[in-house]
Design a protein around this ligand. Structure first.
Ligand code: GLU
Length: 233
């Protein structure tokens, strides 16, 4: 279980995502990646091995954007390579995941029977395809995510961004830690408060089962039963 970072920023987020991933390096990892929104579309850069490889890729193929998610992966399902590195994405959403989706094979079979093509060997990728399926059925991002989470068994912390939604990030956790950071006009999501240390000292820890909707203006949290809850900052 490795590192997650998410930022809704005031300026370009890729350098901030990379700095936060560096602060998560101590946990160990085998690959890394970032996804941002550019003109509403999801842009990804992923690389096997050290963050320096991802940094090199970003120098050759820079990616802009004021909202983004990043991940350092410790592979549990699927070898460490670029295609298995997170974020996983469709044209509608991108997801970073820490943990293990235990029923991923059954979900994958179901998604593939419905005509979806998954690109990786990970357990994690089913999450973004499930969310996409619910978005295509007409659910809004928060409801689509909640519907997908109800299908998942296992342990997870998740960070999700949505195509066309420059001011929206969703975080959710069950069995893996996740914190939200409040900056001056910026908002953060991280698996480990250390990742946020230079960015903000105002941290909210999600409880197990929580799903949080984060915008530049703040965060609203619902518990596993779907009711609005306040968590201390
Ligand atoms: N189980 C996922 C994978 O193998 C996530 C691993 C992690 O927590 O980094 O991609």
């Amino acid at each position: 279980m490795c590192g997650i970072i998410g930022i809704i920023g005031k300026s370009e987020v890729t350098p901030l995502l990379m700095e936060a991933l560096k602060r998560l390096e101590y946990r160990g990892y085998d690959s890394a990646g970032v996804a941002t929104l550019v003109d509403g579309g999801i842009e990804r850069r992923r690389a096997e091995g050290k963050l320096a490889n991802l940094q090199d890729l970003l120098e050759r193929q820079p990616v802009s954007g004021r909202i983004g998610i990043g991940h350092t992966r410790w592979a549990t399902h699927g070898v460490p390579n670029e295609k298995n590195a997170h974020p996983h994405a469709t044209d509608k959403a991108a997801v970073v995941h820490n943990g293990i989706i235990e029923n991923f094979q059954e979900l994958r079979d179901d998604l593939e029977a419905g005509g979806r093509r998954l690109a990786s060997d990970t357990d994690s990728e089913v999450v973004v395809h499930l969310i996409t399926r619910y978005l295509e059925e007409g659910l809004a991002p928060e409801a689509a995510t909640a519907a997908a989470l109800r299908r998942l068994q296992g342990a997870f912390a998740l960070g999700i961004v949505f195509a066309g939604q420059h001011d929206l990030m969703i975080g959710a956790r069950r069995g893996s830690p996740l914190a939200i950071g409040f900056g001056g006009g910026e908002m953060y999501l991280a698996s480990d408060a250390l990742a946020l240390a230079p960015l903000t000292g105002r941290i909210m820890y999600l409880d197990d089962g929580d799903q949080a909707v984060i915008t530049g203006a703040g965060a609203t949290v619902r518990d596993a039963a779907g009711g609005r809850v306040e968590r201390p900052v």
